[in-house]
Every structure is written in structure tokens, then in C-alpha cells.
Ligand binder design. Structure first.
Ligand code: CTP
Length: 403
């Protein structure tokens, strides 16, 4: 699974505050995740951290002045603003925040900010009184109104030894915010997604069936999540009592596994992403009685069941390289091993494992707790969340796989 930051262009702005030393960790995290980072530092920033360290870690000369003094080389803030997929200023001092809010473009960093076409985040760091000063509060509100994302400082002991709000957020948390930003942006416009959901009912006679407790909620949440990102979604679902509201979702209702496979063939062949979230009955009665089975005379009864098609395995066997197919695995024991076996056997790219041992996970509930295993052997575990939030995590992973 490729990291979401791979190849992303990030301008890391560093200003003159003690917290500048933490920017080295942030820079390392970004570079390690595959981002291309251009450091822009203010003149006072250089008093706190040396450009040599930053250049060595980023693999690019640090930009600070409009010109390189000895060669006269011009650094174009306009080009940098266009190059950047994201600009992050960490730490952002009261002075830089004030200049940004008021368009005072007297250094390379603020001019780059004014030229930035994409998203800008700032991580303020200053003493608590400066942080609480009405001018800072007003400037931050102004920046927020311009669409700048403020990474709120934490409370704690400050460089002045005073205790209060003003400490720059930890680099690891800033890094997570950056990752989240790119994941949020990952839309599915122009992509086709096919999803199976819900249970299947296998008829015994006109009034009875073999089924299971699947509510379809996970599959529906995935359909809504994909549709909200602009995908064209086809949802092939067994008997469920939920409705879809998004007009980008085409719903096909089926009952049995055989019907589900027949209805799923075309959408899955055409899909960029396929998700098998249905709880398909593995067996069906060998035959369906045409009339209601009668109790009369029979003390006991033997039902003969035959194997249903494995929808995921059947459709994934014909998967093209460009397609990403995801299955679910509901396991009670040897979970990871069994989930990986399913991934390989069914030719899937990812398997979402939910363990019945986890409270709040699985059938009928509104929440789920999953681990996502990929065919490259990586695994990510997530905490208990609403099924909609789990759907966001799963779709994020699909987006990352697709990059
Ligand atoms: N699946 C399917 N068709 C089937 C059975 C399963 O498409 N007939 C899909 C499910 O939608 C899920 C994945 O395969 O994405 C794994 O389902 P699961 O029931 O956990 O696996 P099985 O292969 O049925 O294995 P077992 O029940 O023996 O654990």
C-alpha cells in the first residue's frame, strides 16, 4: 500500500520560534512518507535552526531570501506557490500570523503564502499572553476566514516556563493532520464502484428461507461514502430494510446468492473498485418446493443443501490489473491467518477483517471494528467506530491502493 503523501509537493514554512526544532521531526516524517518538501524559512527562523540541517533532510536547498546573495539567483515565490500541493507553516509566530492576515509581504515565506494556490495550514507557537492577545485572536480568525487551517497549539509548559496554551502541536500530530487532509481530498469522480451488501435468502418453499442476520448497514455505508466522493455506485443488495438517499447510487435488489451473482457480473466487470460486503449464504436447499411444505405425517425432515457460487471468488478471478477488489472476512479464530487465506484464495487486493470477538463489531450493530489487510502484507487496525466512519477508512485505503 503506497503512502498517501508519496510525491506530494509540500512547502514547509518555518518561522522564528523555539518550536522550530520540532519542525525537523516533521520534515523527517514528511520525507519518510515520500513527500517532496521545500523548506522556506524566515530570517529569524534561521536563528533557531540551521538551514544546513533542513537542506540535508529535505534534499533541497532551503529558501529564505528573494535572491541568493552571491549568485543573484531569483527565488520565485509565485512558482513555489504553484508547485505546492500544500503549505504548512510550523511553527507560525505571532508576527508571521499578523503579516499573513494583513498581507505584509516582506519576506519569502509570506510572499509564498500569498501566492499559494492550494491549502495552507499553520501551527501557531507562542507565549500564552501573546496567544490570548486580541490582535492574535483577530488575526487567526481572519486567516481562518481565508480558509487557512489552524492547528491549535496545545496547553503545557512553554519556553518561558509559564504554563498555558501556546505550545506548538507535536510534529506527529501535525503529520497526521497533513495525511488526513490529502485523504479527504481523495475523491472518486469518474470512478465506478460496485458493491454487494446484505444477506441472501435461499428459498425452501414459497414462504420459508435460509438466511442470516446481516443488516446491510456496512455495505450501504460504503455505497454512501463512495457516492459522496463522486463515484457512480451500483449496490447489489439482498433483502434489507434500509433505503439509499444518494442519487449516485443505483440499487439492484436480489434475494438469493445466484441472483446476486447474476446481477453483480456486469457492474463488477465495469467497476474500478469492487467491494464484496454481502453475507452470502454458502449453501442453498437443493430444490425449492413449489408449494408450502406441509407438517402432516413427517416426524422429522432432512434438508439437503448444495454449494452456492462464491461471488467474490468468481468475479475476482476475472479481475483486471487496474481494478481494486475488496472483500470482508468475519472470523472467530485464527483471524489474521484466515483473512489472508481468503484474500489469496479469492484473488482480492484487500480484506476487511472484523472479529466477532470484538464487542460492537459485526452483524446488526451500528458500529464496527476492523483491520484492513492488503495483499502486500501490510495491515492497519482501527478502533471501534460508526459504520459510516469505518466506510471512510476503507475507502481511504482503496484510494491509497489506487495511487
Ligand atoms: N463471499 C461471496 N460469496 C460467497 C461467500 C462469500 O462473495 N458465497 C464474499 C463475502 O462477501 C466476503 C468474502 O467473500 O467479502 C468472505 O466471506 P466469508 O463468509 O467470511 O467467507 P467464506 O468464503 O464464506 O468462508 P467461511 O464462511 O468458511 O469462513
Amino acid at each position: 500500500m503506497e503512502p498517501i503523501l508519496k510525491g506530494k509537493h509540500i512547502v514547509l514554512g518555518i518561522t522564528g520560534g523555539i518550536a522550530a526544532y520540532k519542525s525537523v521531526t516533521l520534515l523527517r516524517l514528511l520525507v519518510k512518507a515520500g513527500a517532496e518538501v521545500q523548506v522556506v524559512i524566515t530570517p529569524s527562523g534561521k536563528e533557531f535552526i540551521t538551514p544546513v540541517t533542513l537542506a540535508a533532510l529535505s534534499g533541497k536547498p532551503v529558501v529564505s531570501e528573494f535572491f541568493t546573495a552571491n549568485t543573484g539567483e531569483w527565488h520565485s515565490h509565485v512558482d513555489l506557490g504553484l508547485w505546492a500541493d500544500l503549505m504548512v507553516i510550523a511553527p507560525a509566530t505571532a508576527s508571521t500570523i499578523g503579516k499573513m492576515a494583513n498581507g505584509i509581504a516582506d519576506n519569502m515565506l509570506v510572499t509564498t503564502y500569498l501566492s499559494a494556490k492550494e491549502h495552507v495550514m499553520i501551527a501557531p507557537a507562542m507565549d500564552l499572553d501573546m496567544m490570548a492577545h486580541p490582535s492574535t485572536v483577530r488575526n487567526l480568525a481572519t486567516l481562518e476566514s481565508y480558509g487557512v487551517e489552524i492547528i491549535e497549539p496545545a496547553a503545557g509548559e512553554l519556553a518561558s516556563h509559564l504554563i498555558g496554551k501556546g505550545r506548538m502541536e507535536e510534529p506527529e500530530n501535525i503529520f497526521t493532520r497533513i495525511e488526513k487532509y490529502f485523504l479527504r481530498r481523495c475523491d472518486l469522480k469518474g470512478k465506478k464502484v460496485a458493491i454487494t451488501a446484505g444477506p441472501t435468502y435461499e428459498k425452501l418453499d414459497p414462504v420459508r428461507f435460509i438466511g442470516n442476520y446481516s443488516s446491510g448497514k456496512m455495505g450501504f455505508a460504503l455505497a454512501e461514502e463512495c457516492a459522496s466522493r463522486g463515484a457512480e455506485v451500483t449496490l447489489i443488495c439482498g433483502p434489507v430494510s434500509i433505503a439509499v438517499s444518494d442519487p449516485n447510487i443505483v440499487r439492484i435488489d436480489v434475494e438469493s446468492a445466484e441472483e446476486m451473482l447474476a446481477a453483480a457480473r456486469k457492474p463488477f466487470t465495469e467497476a474500478d473498485f469492487g467491494i464484496f460486503a454481502a453475507a452470502v449464504a454458502d449453501y442453498r436447499p437443493e430444490s425449492m418446493a413449489e408449494h408450502k411444505l406441509k407438517r402432516e405425517g413427517a416426524e422429522d425432515m432432512t434438508l439437503r443443501l448444495v454449494r452456492n457460487p462464491d461471488i467474490a471468488a468468481t468475479l475476482a478471478a476475472e479481475k483486471r490489473d487496474s481494478q481494486v477488489f475488496v472483500g470482508f472476512a468475519l472470523e472467530t479464530d485464527n483471524e489474521h491467518e484466515n483473512a489472508l487465506k481468503k484474500l489469496r484464495k479469492k484473488n482480492l487486493d484487500m480484506v476487511v477483517l472484523n472479529s466477532l470477538q470484538d464487542k460492537g463489531a459485526g452483524f446488526g450493530t451500528d458500529t464496527n471494528k476492523v483491520s484492513i489487510l492488503s495483499k502486500d502484507g501490510t495491515e492497519k487496525s482501527f478502533p471501534l467506530k460508526s459504520k459510516r466512519a469505518v466506510a471512510t477508512d476503507i475507502v481511504n485505503e482503496i484510494c491509497v491502493t489506487d495511487i
